[in-house]
Design a protein around this ligand. Structure first.
Ligand code: UTP
Length: 296
């Protein structure tokens, strides 16, 4: 893999979000709010802070709210100017200026691999980040995507962001088989299995929503047949690429991950980000202590 600066990212956000229905009946789950921002904004911010300049969001039905969120809103901005609400104005303006955001539509949700393929013309053969639209990462020092970019810059190979998960949870994720330890957090891998049974899992190191992939992946995704659940799996494409001799590494990233694709993950994210937010943290803590008798 040749060394190039990583400046592009794909955010797949075209899934049906059935685990949080009916909230996702008429809006994408990536627009569900965590305290005061849609979850997608946290992800775009992570990418921008990691040095990504161009982002393509793969959207599906009900995409308008996503596009509107990252666009200018003349009425809103004029009203905020008129009312002298400069702080809010800055927050709103920043959204339309933070990155170059492009959209491509996945007309049928045929799987994550299929969603990624839709962005092929935009990426070409460059390395790029994939940031899943329902995984928010929290790390105030080095954003998770930046950690993957640094690993790529060090080793010049595709990198899968992993963390240890409980054994009983391996069947929810793509799980890697580590072989050689390259440094404290990086391993080379020899296998990558989508949602394995607990007994068959090659480890408890699961891919949690961030990848840095060589542009070569598209060729392999094009050859990938529908796998688990009748979907074109990104995991299968990565496996094919590895079997063809391309090096793929796994990086045990530092940061807390919130899966907002399910109800409990959404609630946890709202509570924890609420406890970090200057405007809400004191009242929320009082509420948890007094009403729910939960102490720090
Ligand atoms: P998930 O499998 O978690 O999303 O995909 P989903 O299909 O919406 O989930 P449920 O089971 O119905 O609740 C992970 C990410 O990949 C995107 C999703 O939007 C999510 O951000 N995705 C998934 C696509 O863009 N297209 C697809 O065909 C599938």
């Amino acid at each position: 893999m040749k060394k190039t600066t990583v400046t592009k990212a794909i955010i797949p956000a075209a899934g049906l979000g059935t685990r949080v229905l009916p909230a996702t009946k008429a809006q994408p789950k990536e627009m569900l709010v965590i305290v005061d921002k849609p979850s997608l904004q946290y992800i775009v911010e992570e990418l921008v802070e990691s040095g990504i300049k161009d982002i393509v969001i793969v959207t599906g039905r009900n995409k308008n709210s996503i596009e509107d969120h990252f666009d200018y809103s003349f009425e809103l901005e004029n009203t905020l100017v008129r009312d002298g609400k400069t702080e809010l104005l800055e927050k709103v303006n920043y959204l339309s200026e933070m990155a170059n955001i492009f959209y491509v539509r996945q007309n049928k949700p045929l799987g994550l691999g299929h969603a990624i393929l839709k962005a092929k013309p935009f990426i070409g053969d460059e390395p790029f980040i994939v940031a899943l639209g329902d995984d928010i990462m929290y790390n105030t020092e080095t954003p998770v995507s930046k950690q993957l970019i640094e690993t790529y810059n060090k080793y010049g190979a595709s990198v899968i962001g992993v963390q240890e998960v409980l054994e009983e949870d391996v069947s929810k994720y793509g799980v890697i088989k580590p072989v050689n330890k390259l440094d404290e957090r990086t391993v080379s891998i020899s296998d990558f299995v989508e949602k394995p049974l607990k007994e068959e899992a090659p480890s408890n190191l699961a891919c949690l929503g961030r990848y840095l992939l060589d542009g070569k992946i598209f060729k392999y995704l094009e050859e990938t047949k529908p796998g688990k659940g009748g979907e074109i799996q990104l995991t299968d494409g990565i496996l094919k690429m590895m079997q063809d001799g391309e090096k793929v590494l796994a990086y045990n990233f530092q940061g807390k991950r919130y899966d907002i694709g399910n109800k409990i993950g959404l609630l946890k994210a709202n509570i924890e980000f609420g406890l970090r937010n200057e405007e809400t943290k004191n009242e929320l803590m009082d509420y948890l202590e007094k009403e729910l008798k939960i102490s720090k």
